[in-house]
Design a protein around this ligand. Sequence first.
Ligand code: SF4
Length: 204
Amino acid sequence: MSKSDFNLTIQNKSTESKIVASLERIAQAFRVLLWQESKEHSLSPIQVQILIFLRFHSEEKRKVSYLADEFNMTKATISDTVKTLEQKQLITKETEQHDTRSYIIGLTTKGKEIADQTASFSREIYKPIESLSPDDKENLLLSMLNIIRHLNKTGIITIQRMCMTCNYYEYSEKSQKHFCRLLNQNLKTTDLRIDCPEHSMKQD
Ligand code: SF4
């Protein structure tokens, strides 16, 4: 018999498998919502994801090679997507002074407008989370961060900018406290970041 989490005989007896199946449904909801938003603007889901990423991230992350790692795609695929976005007049390219083969990608005014409109595509997923109790939110956040940390460690997802992979992060098993050496302060569970602008990758 297959040991798959999606084998209902196994799934219905296993809390872990039910959680895995639930995450798969949520991933499907993300795909559906993103698709709906993309259609409205005659863009593909990855084009919308790139516009949103460009809107909220700093210059050093707005390059083809970084985007390729971020979205687990090849540089060629990202270059094609960037080219299409440029043809649609949604992005600009600024050549770097020290390396003329590399460029920083920016948004045009129209690109910014679309990024702002589409960036709320996840609001229906936010709503039920908003109504959870503070303790449930905290537990859910920590559980999610631990799952993502595992997926990053095993190489399934590449770039992460979360506290647990950061050079400045310390955790005390004894006091169960999280600490950021950059901010020089303890972090509550709800202060832990999933995408921190100051993140510095820890070398394991
Ligand atoms: S710099 Fe950012 S990611 Fe790193 S520990 Fe501090 S808050 Fe977390």
